[in-house]
Design a protein around this ligand. Sequence first.
Ligand code: ZN
Length: 278
Amino acid sequence: MTYINYEKIDRVGVITLDRADKANAVNGPMLDELDEAWSMAAADRDVRVIVVKANGKHFSSGHDMSGSNEALSGEKGAAQSDQSNQLDWKERGLEALYEWESKRYLGYSRRWRDIPKPSIAAVQGACIAGGLMLCWPCDLIVASEDAKFSDPVVRMGIGGVEYHAHTWELGARKAKEMLFTAKSMTAAEALEFGMVNRVVPRDNLLDETMALANEIAQMHPFALAQAKRAVNQTMDIQGFYTALQSVFDIHQTGHGNALAVGGYPILVDLDQMKKTNN
Ligand code: ZN
């Protein structure tokens, strides 16, 4: 794998985002590799707990907006061979985006959330937009004191990222504030709102996360799976699962509008974006 490392430490499957030179911005191949790592951890009976962590200063700067991002370039088959991986929105419009994002954003995040083993995300630095879709599906989140969380995609003409956990993670008012202002929330605020479990000094992030993972790994795996299912099932009965799907469709109307008025899937100043990325 190019963008992801996977290793097993005792009974913990450790998945590492390894694209620090791009602040762990996610592109298609990285998401596919990440899904592969989750699958390996899920399939291995010796793995009792899954940890998702990131190399570098930042957990993830979110969707890769660079020119090399096949997710937004619209070039047919850019660095991809499998037809389902092609995001040829220039030819197929919203249909192509809907298909691509259904699989990689909504589909993957929802699948990771439902894997029947406890998972813990260790988050440091920036966690922006698409980055939230990497840590929110985890059962627990340990944040370092410097962690900052944001979903600024309203600035791009879209109502929020593809995986709408905001309302569940923060409650309605804070979710709206996060989306309306595009501002980032500190780790301390995230703790206060119940979005993260613990806040620890940056230097202790990995040790504290692994200690928590090892503690949980001592428990009976079936009981853990059932405890997880009990909580997730309760949320699903309250509407989490169906809300995710319907808000994903709302998200797509943002892309549809951007395509209609600007000819690009997001409303953005492309020259400015290139400058920011270079
Ligand atoms: Zn999208």
